[in-house]
Design a protein around this ligand. Structure first.
Ligand code: ADP
Ligand code: MG
Length: 677
């Protein structure tokens, strides 16, 4: 029986070569071909000549008014002229170049449809095609490539539809289809390829987008469902111990921190595999939330691990956590690439035998020789700094620990749904009380001299300052040169009253550590640095941040950098130096000065620069959708996510009559990759 999973080679005229060409477009079976949609349509509706605009491509219906005249010029060139009576008053001159054979179709008195480009000055039409009247309507234009012409694709789609329309069944369950007022699948596929008019094309497109998002979300929800049902180890933590720990903190948790602690703890004690993303703006207090969660795991008799992207950060965490747990029976250890061989040798068996309760480190934590006694919870700080493989490796340590991934980059809804759709999300949406907002200003580079006075005034109060140097993409060497030049300049300007330090990506890790530690100890007051400080240590005494060439950074990144200050109780300032060349860049600078809200900024970033800046450069983690655009079509995406959640929420959903076609489709079609980055 015919099925949409039939290979395209089933179609007449599709031999090995065409199979290969179609493959290059991602088309292997009939379903692929039938969902290979046109990217635009030519409007072939006959137009009223009074409405024509200059150079518009139009379709005109009329009667051939006089015998066509063929004129040859040059060696192979010729032109065919005739008049087309489009209404009683207008006989429009039409010219076809180099298509002499059309002459036979142009008998005086015949009604024809001509497609061409209108010239308003001459009130004439440069003809391109003569259409059989059956052809008029909307002409589908397909994306194609060197190996296959778009006309061929079009022909094959039409053939596939002809032969397979009868086996196109609805995938979206009827109740959902009615609720969201969607077309039947067959109707949608028909109208995507052969719409009668623009309205039909739009309606089909809406359904096609919904279907695409819905199928994608279903696959994510199925993964999530497996996490929740297959490999959970419940962590029976000791609530009274946890409360004692929280009471020992030097501050009261914010309402948002309490809420996310509850969300996490609820997951920990359930027999599910937690896979949760904790979002909170810089300074919102994620570390203490992680500490509470890790302590919960430890009171349940398990181990906890915290993985940070840099050694500096791992050390800072180790120091802070050792202090927090000073009065509690928690053995804290640090393992990084810098850990000496001898220390490592004693540490590894302790980890394996359970002598270490809380292990903090860099990606050293996921090396194969590190085995855990019983890892119950793995926390990943600044998770977007890690590749998906590293996160996966931590997840697979021991008996599949619960995972808490933390990020300071607020993730717009679109990305939360697509790139992190299979994770549960907790959000800390408030800062601890008493924080001073950071005042951000934007200056041009010719105003820097004047601003240095402001910097001096700030330093004279005992504060410290960061100076971030220009970012030249793809070249650390150039970044370093820029940093060194600015470093020299600041030295001349400020020393010996204030000391200036330099930090850049080319330095060795211990060198970087030493400089950060010295800055923290206020051994120098100005730190000139490349973006290596983006994820850095806490220096509450730093209250000023200057960023050169600020227009070269993404908004989310600027916000992250700005978050290095404003960590103490004193008011902080951020000065952006930029000479933006275009309106878009100007808009980005003014957005930075007008809001401190990370969510607003990353949404704006997403709209202006796409997902790459927010989720890391290499791969954004947002799959390539064919019809839907997750940013522009966020409403449809959200609806589809909601629908997918409802679908899989029903027990044994895949065995219900209404879902049989859908379940069969999901199991026979190739699993789309839904990697996170
Ligand atoms: P981030 O979310 O950026 O990782 P941190 O966890 O480093 O933030 O917290 C920033 C600072 O805020 C730390 O110095 C921490 O001790 C402090 N902090 C965290 N929670 C609170 C709170 N509820 N009240 C006051 N200060 C807090
Ligand atoms: Mg942090």
């Amino acid at each position: 029986m015919a099925s949409l999973s039939d290979a395209v080679s089933q179609l007449a005229g599709v031999g090995p070569k065409r199979v290969q060409a179609l493959q290059s477009l991602g088309i292997e079976n009939m379903n692929d071909l039938l969902t290979y949609f046109p990217f635009r349509y030519e409007d072939l509706q006959a137009k009223d000549p009074a409405e024509l605009t200059d150079q518009a491509k139009v379709t005109l219906k009329g009667t051939v008014a006089g015998a066509p005249v063929l004129t040859r010029f040059g060696r192979k060139k010729n032109r065919l002229n005739f008049r087309l009576l489009v209404d009683e008053h207008t006989a429009m001159p039409v010219t076809f170049f180099n298509q002499p054979w059309l002459k036979d179709q142009l008998e005086v008195g015949n009604e024809i449809v001509v497609y061409g480009r209108f010239d308003a000055k001459r009130q004439s039409l440069a003809g391109m095609k003569i259409l059989a009247s059956a052809d008029s309507g909307m002409g589908s234009i397909y994306p194609a490539n060197k190996e296959i012409r778009q006309g061929t694709v079009k022909k094959l789609v039409a053939e596939a539809y002809e032969q397979y329309a009868s086996v196109i069944v609805d995938l979206i369950p009827e109740t959902l289809r009615e609720h969201y007022r969607l077309l039947h699948r067959r109707e949608m596929i028909h109208d995507m390829h052969f719409p009668a008019d623009e309205t039909a094309a739009q309606a089909a497109r809406r359904t096609a987008k919904f279907e695409e998002f819905y199928l994608f979300e279903l696959r994510l929800q199925i993964v999530k469902l497996q996490d929740h049902t297959l490999h959970g180890q419940p962590l029976a933590y000791d609530l009274s111990k946890l409360k004692a720990f929280i009471a020992s903190l030097p501050y009261e948790l914010t309402a948002a921190q309490k809420r996310v602690v509850n969300e996490i703890c609820f997951d920990l004690k359930r027999p599910i595999h937690m896979n949760r993303l904790l979002q909170g703006d810089v300074g919102s207090g994620k570390t203490v939330v992680a500490a509470i969660a890790m302590y919960a795991a430890i009171t349940a008799g398990a181990q906890a691990a915290l993985m940070a992207p840099t050694e500096i950060l791992a050390e800072q965490h180790a120091n802070n956590l050792a202090k927090l747990f000073a009065d509690f029976p928690v053995n804290v250890a640090l393992l990084t690439g810098a850990t000496k061989a001898a220390a490592r040798k004693t540490l590894l068996p302790q980890i394996a035998q359970g002598g270490v309760d809380l292990l903090i480190g860099t990606h050293a934590l996921i090396q194969p020789e590190v085995t855990y006694h019983q890892l119950g919870l793995a926390v990943i700080d600044e998770q977007h700094r890690f590749g998906v493989n590293q996160r996966q490796a931590l997840r697979e340590k021991g008996q599949q620990p619960d995972v808490l991934a933390m990020t300071a980059t607020p993730i717009p809804r679109t990305l939360a749904i697509t790139a992190y759709g299979e994770m549960d999300v907790s959000v800390i949406n408030e800062l601890p009380a008493g924080r001073q907002p950071i005042k951000t200003t934007w200056i041009r580079s010719n105003q820097v001299d004047a601003t240095l006075r402001q910097v001096k005034a700030e330093l004279s109060t005992g504060s410290q300052a960061y100076v971030v140097t220009p970012l030249i993409e793809e070249s650390e060497a150039v970044d370093m040169k820029n940093a060194e030049a600015i470093y020299e300049r600041f030295k001349t300007e400020f020393e010996p009253t204030y000391k200036v330090g330099l930090l850049h990506g080319r330095m060795k890790d211990d060198e970087k550590n030493a400089i950060m530690a010295a800055f923290k100890a206020n051994e120098f007051q100005v730190l000139v640095a490349t973006t290596v400080i983006e994820v850095g240590v806490d220096v509450p005494n730093a209250t000023l941040m200057m960023i050169y060439d600020a227009d070269h950074f993404g908004l989310a990144q600027l916000h992250q950098l700005r978050g290095r200050v404003g960590r103490g109780t004193r008011a902080s300032a951020c000065i952006l130096i930029a000479d933006p060349k275009n309106q878009l860049a100007i808009e980005r600078m003014t957005t930075m000065t007008s809001t401190n809200d990370g969510f607003v900024l990353s949404q704006k970033d997403l709209e202006l620069r796409g997902p790459g800046d927010i989720l890391g450069r290499k791969q954004s983690g947002v799959p390539d959708f064919k019809v839907g655009d997750p940013v522009a079509d966020l409403n449809i995406l959200s609806a589809a996510q909601q629908a997918a959640k409802e679908t899989v929420a029903a027990p044994n959903w895949a065995e219900k009559d209404a879902n049989l076609a859908l379940a069969a489709f999901l199991s026979t079609t190739a699993h789309q990759t839904t990697t996170m980055d």
